[in-house]
Design a binder for this molecule. Structure first.
Ligand code: NAP
Length: 259
């Protein structure tokens, strides 16, 4: 039985991914800040006769990734599949954005993801087996006015993941970058995007559907996977259009509307 570590598993896409891995009888290590929610998820998923370990941790606090790695080392737990899913965005003009929101997004979406990858990857390479899935977003394919830091962190995740997937092309370890588009989870409320056109016009996919796409992508070892045909088409459309136009459209989509 393999062991899967999922960050951000107390809700949303991470929770749905945890359910899919549990159904296929993988042992789980679930990480998020809310100890109570994690305990509830663990209780639910243990019904699949698997081991579920929970670690309540704020991954925006820099030693957190190392702390998690060291704890698992001490307990002799090897991670076969790492899912870097935890992430958040904050809506607003950059000039007015509180510093803690800016650094929090960078620390979680970029630093923790990179550190966890660096910490767990060498053992996978040595064992000649392992999978990593980094959850980016379709936000990573263009600049995002009003969500400038969030979009930039996701552009990093795409670039970083594709690069290391290429470095590992001759190994049996796979790195998958998974890009959901708008998805109905706690993300919109946390980011303040509920009234933006991102959700009002583009609608959103269910977390269950998105997680299933992610699950398939990581198990197939795909390098880049975009959830939903419409999201794939939107991501492709940004490739050949003038960048100023792409940014202007991205701003319009992010703007809030009353209806
Ligand atoms: N929903 C969307 O529209 C959408 C679209 C594209 C990409 N994504 C990406 O998908 C991933 C999952 O998002 P989601 O939509 O499922 O969001 P969500 O419902 O808000 O879930 C986020 C998860 O991350 C955990 N988390 C948040 N801050 C954390 C921290 N500092 N340390 C540890 N864990 C933390 C949360 O648990 P606690 O609060 O308990 O810590 C929760 O389990 C993110 O990377 C997001 O950027 C989402």
């Amino acid at each position: 039985m393999s062991t899967v570590l999922i960050t951000g598993a107390s809700g949303g896409i991470g929770y749905e991914l945890a359910k899919l891995f549990a159904r296929d009888r993988h042992n789980l290590i679930l990480v998020a800040r809310s100890a109570d929610k994690l305990a509830q998820v663990a209780h639910e998923l243990q019904a699949h006769s698997i081991t579920v370990k929970t670690v309540a941790l704020d991954l925006t606090q820099p030693p957190a990734a190392k702390f998690l790695f060291d704890q698992l080392q001490r307990e002799n737990i090897a991670v076969d599949i790492l899912i870097n899913n935890a992430g958040f965005g904050t809506y607003g003009e950059f000039a007015q954005m509180p510093e803690e929101e800016i650094l929090g997004q960078i620390n979680l979406n970029v630093t923790a993801l990179t550190e966890l990858t660096r910490l767990f990857l060498p053992a996978m390479v040595q064992r000649r087996s392992g999978r990593i899935m980094n959850v980016a977003s379709t936000a990573g394919f263009q600049p995002g006015p009003y969500l400038a830091v969030y979009y930039a962190t996701k552009a990093y995740v795409i670039s970083f993941s594709e690069a290391i997937a290429n470095e590992l092309r001759h190994s049996s370890v796979t790195v998958t970058c998974f890009c959901p588009g708008a998805t109905h989870t706690g993300f919109a409320a946390r980011s303040g995007t509920e009234k933006s056109r991102i959700f009002r016009i583009l609608g959103g996919m269910s977390a269950e559907r998105v997680a299933l796409d992610g699950y398939r992508a990581v198990m197939e070892g795909r390098t880049l996977a975009i959830s939903g045909l419409h999201n794939w088409a939107i991501a492709q459309s940004t490739r050949f259009a003038p960048r100023k136009m792409v940014t202007a459209v991205s701003r319009w989509v992010a703007e809030k509307t009353e209806s």
